[in-house]
Write a protein that binds this ligand. Structure first.
Ligand SMILES: NC(=O)c1ccc[n+]([C@@H]2O[C@H](COP(=O)([O-])OP(=O)(O)OC[C@H]3O[C@@H](n4cnc5c(N)ncnc54)[C@H](OP(=O)(O)O)[C@@H]3O)[C@@H](O)[C@H]2O)c1
Length: 259
């Protein structure tokens, strides 16, 4: 097994060689329902290599990725990424399950999939082998394939499109208010554009443009608003950035059609 790459905090309060307990404390859980988005990009903004995110990710990033899964109640992923990346069942190792039990959490987070088409395979391991029955956020007009309802809870939010705000509210109502979103681009863009995301990792300017990474160039003022930088971690050549939205900040003016 290869040695762990040390993760150090560069800002604020430099500190070398953070262990899992220190990293867990740095990311933490909120005291209210909230959405965290975890994303990896190359320095020049690519979100995949050869079509997959794995090539961008290193050991330190995977370590934080696992800790963020440990910290959440609901693990949200868009159907595109679930299908494309072949998501498997969400499992945690024994120390992380023990940490959750000690903190009064369910042993595993619940997988929450966003799909408008319900073009989902009930035999995919993410559903078939799930330790906790996954939830699928969809809309009232979507037709479920046979057997999907046997392996997942279908929650219909919206008449003919998925109402993400209602979906998040239903997550909070189902006692998984601390939601970690793992992508992909389209879902990330929908959240950042609508200011639903509360915390995120990767932007290199503290501005959320909206539309997702490389998600085009929507006209009008940025829809996502400003974020504040909470920490800068370094591991090898990688930076791990945590941004958060100031909950007290006013929402930006809606985009105008003419700019
Ligand atoms: N760099 C990273 O950290 C990272 C993380 C994750 C993924 N990725 C990469 O991102 C790519 C996938 O991104 P993508 O943009 O193609 O797809 P995506 O966001 O993963 O999935 C899009 C699909 O999710 C559902 N969906 C998303 N937003 C929705 C909304 N607001 N309402 C209703 N349904 C919604 C729809 O599913 P239906 O078609 O079922 O209606 C839609 O077709 C892959 O290359 C993946 O490897 C990168």
């Amino acid at each position: 097994m290869s040695a762990e790459v040390p993760i150090s905090r560069l800002w604020p309060a430099p500190s070398a060689g953070l262990d899992d307990a220190e990293l867990t404390a740095l990311y933490g859980r909120a005291d209210r329902p909230h959405l965290r988005v975890n994303f990896v990009t190359s320095v020049d903004g690519a979100v995949s290599l050869d079509g997959y995110s794995a090539g961008l990710s290193g050991e330190p990033d995977k370590r934080v990725f696992g800790l963020l899964r440990m910290l959440c109640d609901g693990l949200l992923v868009a159907a595109g990424t679930l299908r494309h990346e072949g998501y498997r069942a969400v499992r945690l190792d024994a120390p992380r399950r023990a940490w959750r039990r000690e903190h009064g959490l369910a042993e595993y987070p619940t997988l929450v999939v966003v799909s408008g088409s319900l073009d989902l395979d009930p035999a995919q391991a993410a559903f078939a082998d799930a330790p906790v029955r996954p939830v699928v956020l969809t809309h009232a007009a979507a037709e479920a394939p046979p057997r999907l309802a046997e392996v997942a809870e279908l929650v219909r939010c919206g008449a003919d499109r998925v109402d993400l705000a209602a979906g998040l509210a239903s997550c909070a109502g189902a006692a998984f208010g601390q939601v970690l979103c793992e992508g992909g681009r389209t879902l990330f863009g929908a959240f950042t554009g609508r200011r639903l995301g509360q915390r995120g990792l990767p932007p290199r300017r503290s501005l959320l443009r909206g539309g997702g990474p490389r998600g085009g160039s929507p006209r009008g003022p940025p829809a996502g608003g400003e974020l504040s930088l909470r920490h800068v971690l370094a591991a090898g050549g990688a930076l791990l950035l945590r941004y958060a939205r100031d909950a007290a900040a006013p929402a930006p003016a809606p985009p105008t059609a003419s700019s």
